[in-house]
Design a protein around this ligand. Structure first.
Ligand SMILES: [Zn+2]
Length: 171
């Protein structure tokens, strides 16, 4: 499997990182690329009750025709955006549910139903939380988020830095 730097470059050709950076525009671009609307749902991290993935602060809810990203918003803007980028990474890297039975695990579904009473449990196809990804997928999504946020923070004159960054990471 290609390294994350290669995959990231491929993905950013399909879904360009907005310049200047704007999370909303990036989400729109990912949604358009996948053909499914994405909405954000900020919560207090503690309400996720450990169901979230990554640092425990993000959850991807796949509904029939759209996706919801639940994220702990009680943090810095940078960190909140990093959490969202991590979940977008799972989507773009194809980390969707691949178990035949699919569906949310009881614990996670219960947490979500409590968190988001506006979403009917029947409309939820999958909830992808902490127990749904192997550690390598978690690492890849985290690296993806790092790379997105690095691009986001980077000044325009960047091609040289970009090259240097990847070269340094290979050592
Ligand atoms: Zn994750």
């Amino acid at each position: 499997m290609a390294g994350m730097d290669t995959r990231f470059r491929e993905l950013s050709r399909n879904v360009a990182i907005p310049r200047p950076w704007k999370l909303g525009s990036y989400i729109d671009a990912v949604a358009e690329f996948r053909g499914r609307p994405i909405t954000l749902h900020p919560v207090d991290t503690v309400d996720l009750a450990g169901a979230g993935c990554g640092t425990g602060s993000g959850l991807w809810i796949a509904k029939q025709d759209s996706d919801v990203i639940v994220y702990g918003a009680d943090t810095t803007e940078w960190h909140a955006e990093h959490i969202v980028a991590h979940e977008l990474g799972h989507m773009l890297l194809g980390h969707g549910p691949d178990r035949a039975d699919g569906g949310a695990t009881g614990h996670t579904l219960a947490a979500v139903t409590e968190l988001l009473p506006s979403i009917s449990p029947e409309s939820i196809r999958h909830v992808l939380g902490r127990t749904d990804y192997g550690s390598s997928r978690e690492r890849d999504a985290e690296t993806f988020a790092d790379l997105v946020m690095l691009q986001a923070l980077r000044p325009r004159r960047d091609s040289l830095l970009h090259t240097t960054f990847f070269r340094d990471r290979r050592r």
